[in-house]
Write a protein that binds this ligand. Structure first.
Ligand code: PMT
Length: 220
């Protein structure tokens, strides 16, 4: 029988992009497909976890055995996570959450007029940082999508956001990262790190979830 190191463990994940509306028909978003987060959800179910997947808009089927909550904006993702986080023992933030949203959302479609246009943005709440700051925080794992100085920025996010682990990917490399079927990650924690070389997201997710389960059990 398959090993079930996460049996009885409640694990919440975020996945996919967020959409930040400008008006009723337009939004700001990014290229996240949800593939990495959904692969992690499947891998966690396979190890016995009770998985809640908070997903931005993606075109992927819900993995078997996963409770899925669909959201669009960062604010909605934040609210959905906060509403369920009390019950969770592990939280993994794989979503590509927009750091900023348009300050004003027009109630009617914005009309074409002058040759240039300025959109003012305002900061979104940081979901993974808010989870890690909870008094009764779950074991919290973030992602870091970087285009340069991957280790430096990832370690900075690990400590600044108060995370237990962070999985960093170089999203400037072709054939991996956003929307690709493959990825490569470096997993950092305060006292160490490990390379997870280029592989399909399904295989990579299995390795990552196994490492997270090991570290969770070491510390709980
Ligand atoms: O979805 P795919 O197409 O499979 O692509 C996978 C991926 C490249 C999106 C994934 O591997 C990845 O890197 N996800 C994190 C993307 C990201 O937004 O990284 P970041 O470095 O900007 O954010 C750092 C961490 O803070 C992340 O855990 C992010 O979920 C979290 N965050 C960021 C902003 C915010 N307002 N709230 C957050 O929780």
């Amino acid at each position: 029988p398959e090993a079930t190191p996460l049996a009885g463990i409640r694990l919440m994940l975020t996945a996919g992009p967020t959409r930040e509306p400008l008006d009723p028909v337009r939004f700001i978003s990014n290229h996240s497909s949800g593939k990495m987060g959904f692969a992690l959800a499947r891998a966690a179910v396979a190890l016995g976890a009770e998985v809640t997947l908070v997903s931005g808009p993606v075109s992927l089927a819900t993995p078997d055995g996963v409770q899925r909550i669909d959201v669009e904006s960062a604010a909605q993702m934040h609210a959905a996570v906060m509403a369920g986080i009390d019950r969770q023992q592990i939280f993994i933030a794989c979503a590509a959450v927009a750091d900023y949203r348009p300050k004003l959302v027009a109630s009617q479609k914005i009309k074409k007029s002058s040759d240039t246009m300025v959109i003012e943005l305002t900061k979104n709440p940081d979901i993974v940082a808010d989870v890690a700051a909870l008094p009764n925080k779950p074991f919290t794992v973030g992602f870091a999508a970087e285009t340069r100085d991957v280790e430096k920025y990832a370690r900075d996010k690990l400590s600044r956001k108060g995370l237990d682990m962070i999985a960093a990917n170089d999203v400037a490399k072709a054939g991996q990262g956003f929307n690709a079927d493959d990825n490569a990650l470096t997993l950092f924690w305060p006292e160490g790190q490990i390379e997870l070389p280029l592989a399909g997201k399904t295989e990579l997710a299995r390795s990552l979830i196994t490492l997270i389960a090991d570290k969770y059990h070491e510390t709980h």
